[in-house]
Structure formats: structure tokens, C-alpha cells
Design a protein around this ligand. Structure first.
Ligand SMILES: [Zn+2]
Length: 180
């Protein structure tokens, strides 16, 4: 696949990430593609669903599995705006995803190249091909904007709900992006 197609699919994932930010979620979006066709697109929903597993990657894998009536998603490509965590990297192995394209690294929680290398060939019985850095600058900017807004809101003593959202994500990704 050319970089043009990769850029195009990552744009869809970025749209999902922007939607996540509008919903007060950490802005991470994901898209699952098979043979040039979109199977599923979604974004982080952990806060609104009170579900620590509701990461964008997990949600698109789940949706695609339902669509295809198959828990093996052989031959699919996953595009995600942030390097997957350990949970999501594990899910990619179980799903037999063929290729992973991600945008920004997650220096504190990334389990593909930053904190661990769970997808390296030979570690498990399947290892997706990994293409990092697709539209990295845009994804990184989105995360930085989101967390700087959160910090401003916290300082300004905004509503209880935005404070709650702030503290909920602070434990997960705010530190990562600062470090990035
Ligand atoms: Zn994850």
C-alpha cells in the first residue's frame, strides 16, 4: 500500500480522534480496513462508558468481529492515532491483524516501541507488520491541545464534570503526552 492510502485512512482515524476530544475523551481514533474497505471506525470511550477497555482499537476490533462473525480478523489493517497500549497490542495479536499503522508514539504507555515491544516478530505466534509515524505531527498536536485545555480548565476551576474527566484521564495519558 502506498503512503497516500495510509495517509487517507489515518485522516479518518484523526477525525475520530477529534470527535473523542469533543466528547471529553482522550483524543485517540482508530479505523479497521480490509481490502481497501472500511470495516469499522471509532474513538476512545472509556470515560463515557466507565470502561477501562473502551480504547479506540478494542472498539473497532469488536465491531469488525461482529460484522464478519469471526474473531479472527486476518488480512486487516488497523490505523490508530496513538501507539497502542499493552492491552490493545495484545488484542491485535489475538485478532491476527496483518498491519498496524500508528501516528504518534506514546512514550509512557506505548507497548509497540516505546515501553515494550509486544509485536516484535517471534515473541508471540503472530506479529503484525508495524508502520509508525503516519501523520504523527497532527495526532501529537491534537493530544497536546486536549491536555493543555484540560490543565487550563483545572486551573480555572471549571465544572465538577470536567474536573472528573480531567482526573480520569490524568491517570492514563496526560503524562505521556507531556513527556512526548
Ligand atoms: Zn489501548
Amino acid at each position: 500500500m502506498g503512503t497516500e492510502a495510509a495517509d487517507r485512512w489515518m485522516e479518518v482515524a484523526l477525525e475520530e480522534a477529534r470527535q473523542a476530544a469533543r466528547e471529553g475523551e482522550v483524543p485517540v481514533g482508530a479505523v479497521l480496513v480490509h481490502d481497501g474497505e472500511l470495516l469499522a471506525r471509532d474513538h476512545n470511550r472509556s470515560i463515557q462508558e466507565s470502561d477501562p477497555t473502551a480504547h479506540a482499537e478494542i472498539l473497532v476490533l469488536r465491531r469488525a468481529g461482529e460484522l464478519l462473525s469471526n474473531y479472527r480478523l486476518t488480512g486487516t489493517d488497523l490505523y490508530v492515532t496513538l501507539e497502542p497500549c499493552a492491552m490493545c497490542a495484545g488484542a491485535l495479536v489475538w485478532a491476527r491483524v496483518e498491519r498496524l499503522f500508528y501516528a504518534a508514539p506514546d512514550l509512557k504507555a506505548g507497548a509497540v516501541s516505546s515501553r515494550a515491544r509486544l509485536l516484535r516478530p517471534g515473541l508471540f505466534n503472530h506479529s503484525p507488520e508495524v508502520v509508525p509515524g503516519v501523520r504523527e505531527a497532527e495526532a501529537r498536536q491534537l493530544l497536546q491541545d486536549f491536555f493543555s485545555r484540560l490543565r487550563t480548565n483545572r486551573r480555572g476551576g471549571k465544572s465538577a464534570s470536567s474536573r472528573r474527566a480531567g482526573s480520569a484521564v490524568a491517570g492514563r495519558r496526560s503524562e505521556n503526552v507531556r513527556a512526548g
